[in-house]
Write a protein that binds this ligand. Structure first.
Ligand code: ADP
Ligand code: MG
Length: 692
């Protein structure tokens, strides 16, 4: 075997390793838990722990950790040494089934949104056997769920797993009606495409805004931006390509199929797509991808920036979440097959998705909310805040003909006419590729494109699973009672089209016309996190999630609180960083340069040499400095007027602090373009974006 495939997954306690290292009976019991969601017997846990420990130590692990995903959106770990002190004072290796199954990290500093007061700060992590353990940094990482003492979920994974159960159950009801008795489980699948920027570490370290906020708060437009579109898919420089290879090899060892890599539209921007897996594994994989990107970049003197909008005037970074449903027998339920018009089962699932997305536009906006992603949504070259679905002409026409009870004429395969006889005849994908749609059907899956690059994919998949399962449950209800099940299915599709077709849009989502048209159609346009989040805790949404056991009311309120708090904290940190940079770096630097020009003006004046140009520059600098000074004052005033009440404070951030930050930025950026380059106190956009 070649080295690529032998190293693949070598740091993962995966199915092959388990089968090799565990007694057949224990292995079978564990597989039942993984595949069928059956509870695991504690004796088996001891056997798994033994096998895991022996394997990990052979691989050089010295520690283990319960690896979990608290509401910070990133992962957390607390390392324990394998080494313990035996009764005779000699070292022993300690790791039992108990250590595997549960741990009690002192977790009082993780956000809990009031679910866990500090006097009962205990949090519990519980082993999730459905995601494989792995070794990172000589530490055995055990994927776990995170709960409070009272049993409330404090992480992003628990609701995701609950939603996976829900959609499996409801999809199965539909599949039974179509006679698929061999299927026992339906698995939502997800594949994330991850965008990111790379910046030279030396330049990065000189910018407090990048260091503290991961985005530039100042920076004039460079002479060249992305207008030439020469970066997209361009040749990758040696330095970046070495980074990518190193990253791939780390990810492959961790069992992540890092697959496609290319340059993105913006200078300095790149993308990595990994191959899809079940939504749980994929969520873990994407966390590992983000973490490894950061770690490996540092080894190459680079910093990986995952912020959604690090540079003004240049594309932001998103994450595409490709989503579908698969049976445990390996069938993709969103594959239309050769003749979609005869594939009633596919059309029913499609209708369920259309209904879900239209009915729950707010939830799809909410699951990607956050101060950082607000900069990108509705911004430059990015999905707008309006949710809509792209189906492509073929499916759209097919559903429309069902709606109107008309015969559907299949247009047949489209062949690419290249005009060259040496080129093979290529069939064109009839789903087309609308790159601007936030929720696009791409052949055999949907691609949800509103996620921000730094966000966990857990929330988005929790929402998609839940809302689609809700539609499927309603369909199943009707179909199970129907006398003629096929007729009823067509009726359901017809009703769905009548009531929900406003959500279907095949045009350019980035155009101004769409914003107007969407308004006319009554679609939501929730521009900011502050506009969107309160709807999360509306009675309808609480009922939707709590009745299906995805989130309890308490869990929802706590998540809402954390999200609003984060929005306020982040805005405050950014405002304070701006003030520090403006007062302590920009102002002194520009005054120094101003003094130099003032000297030139007076020397020339004394000599009787014409000095209009120097004088004009001096005036411009002086005016700019006043504007900067005013900008600082306005932002300071706005910060000190922050209301106590949380909702009022969030609105104050959106309506007062952000505009004050924008005007301070304008003042500084105007100064940057007239100040001597070597006098500017930190690297500009030209260096940050074009040095790799
Ligand atoms: P594009 O650039 O056209 O969006 P990519 O090849 O970059 O396409 O990414 C496609 C992504 O979709 C990959 O992560 C791939 O693994 C994922 N994907 C493919 N099939 C499925 C599926 N059935 N369910 C979920 N994700 C899928
Ligand atoms: Mg994509």
């Amino acid at each position: 075997m070649d080295s690529i495939t032998t190293n693949f997954g070598e740091l993962v306690f995966n199915d092959i390793v388990m089968r090799e290292r565990m007694p057949a009976e224990a292995y079978a019991a564990l597989k039942d838990t993984i595949r069928m969601g059956k509870p695991l017997n504690p004796d088996i846990a001891d056997i798994v722990a033994d096998a895991m420990k022996a394997w990990a130590i052979e691989k050089g692990a010295t520690h283990y950790t319960h690896w979990f995903q608290p509401l910070t959106g990133v992962t957390a770990e607390k390392h324990e040494g394998f080494l313990g002190c035996g009764p005779d004072g000699l070292p022993v290796i300690e790791f039992s089934g108990k250590d595997l199954i549960m741990s009690e990290p002192d977790a009082s500093s993780f956000p809990s949104g009031g679910l866990r007061p500090t006097f009962e700060a205990r949090g519990y992590t519980a082993w999730d056997p459905t995601s494989f353990a792995f070794i990172k940094d000589n530490t055995l990482c055990i994927p776990t769920l995170f709960f409070s003492y009272g049993g409330d979920a404090l992480d992003k994974k628990t609701p995701l797993l609950r939603s996976m159960e829900f959609i499996s159950r409801e999809s199965l009801r539909i599949l039974r009606l179509f006679g698929h008795t061999d299927v026992s489980r339906i698995i939502p699948t997800a594949g994330a495409e991850q965008e990111y920027f790379l910046v030279d570490k030396e330049l990065y370290d000189k910018r407090p805004d990048l260091v503290f906020c991961s985005r530039t708060l100042f920076g004039a437009k460079p002479p060249k931006g992305q207008e030439m579109e020469d970066h997209y898919y361009g040749a990758i420089s040696r330095r970046v390509s070495l980074f990518m290879r190193d990253l791939d090899s780390e990810l492959w060892q961790l069992g992540v199929f890092a697959k496609t890599e290319h340059k993105e539209v913006a200078p300095g921007q790149y993308e990595l797509a990994s191959i899809f897996a079940d939504a749980n594994t994929s969520t873990d994989h994407n966390q590992l991808v983000m973490e490894m990107m950061k770690t490996v970049a540092l080894r190459h003197g680079l910093v990986c920036i995952l912020h959604e909008k690090p540079f003004k005037g240049i594309n932001g970074s998103g994450k595409h979440n490709n989503w579908s449903l698969a049976t445990d027998t390996g069938t993709n339920l969103l594959a239309p097959g050769k003749s979609p018009k005869d594939n009633l089962q596919f059309l029913l699932f499609l209708a369920a998705i259309i209904k879900a997305v239209d009915k729950h536009q707010d939830l799809l906006r909410i699951c990607v909310a956050g101060a950082n992603n607000d900069w990108r949504l509705g911004g430059f070259e990015a999905p707008p805040s309006i949710v809509s679905i792209f189906l492509g002409d073929t499916l759209f026409d097919l559903l429309t003909s069902i709606e109107h009870k008309e015969e559907y004429e299949d247009a047949g395969d489209r062949i690419l006419e290249s005009g060259l006889c040496t080129i093979p005849r290529l069939r064109i994908d009839t789903t087309d590729r609308n790159r601007t749609s936030p929720f696009a059907f791409t052949g055999n899956k949907f691609e949800f494109r509103m996620l921000g690059s730094s966000q966990s994919i857990a929330d988005a998949n929790t929402v998609i699973n839940t809302i689609v399962a809700e539609s499927l449950a309603e369909f199943a209800e009707r179909l199970e009672k129907a006398e003629d099940f096929r007729r009823e299915a067509f009726r359901i599709i017809r009703h769905t089209m009548r009531e929900h077709k406003r959500i279907l849009y095949n045009g350019n989502n980035y155009s101004e016309e769409w914003v107007k048209e969407a308004e006319g159609r009554g679609l939501l346009n929730l521009r900011t996190t502050v506009d969107a989040m309160p709807r999360f805790v509306s009675e309808e949404n609480i009922a939707l999630f709590s009745e299906r056991g995805i989130y309890t009311r308490r869990e929802m309120i706590s998540r809402y609180d954390i999200s609003m708090e984060n929005y306020i904290k982040l805005t405050r940190i950014e405002a304070n960083t701006m003030i520090t940079m403006a007062q302590r770096m920009i102002l002194p630097a520009v005054i120094g340069y101003e003094t130099k020009i003032a000297d030139a003006v007076s020397v020339k004046d004394r000599l009787g040499v014409p000095n209009e140009s120097e004088y004009a520059l001096l005036r411009a600098l002086s005016d700019g400095i006043s504007a900067l000074h005013k900008g600082i004052g306005r932002l300071l005033d706005s910060l000190s007027a922050m209301p106590e009440d949380r909702s009022a404070a969030a609105a104050h951030c959106r309506d007062s602090i952000l505009p004050a930050m924008a005007s301070l930025r304008n003042a500084a950026d105007s100064l940057e373009v007239i100040t001597e380059k070597s006098a500017w106190p930190f690297p500009g956009y030209d260096e940050l974006l074009f040095s790799l």
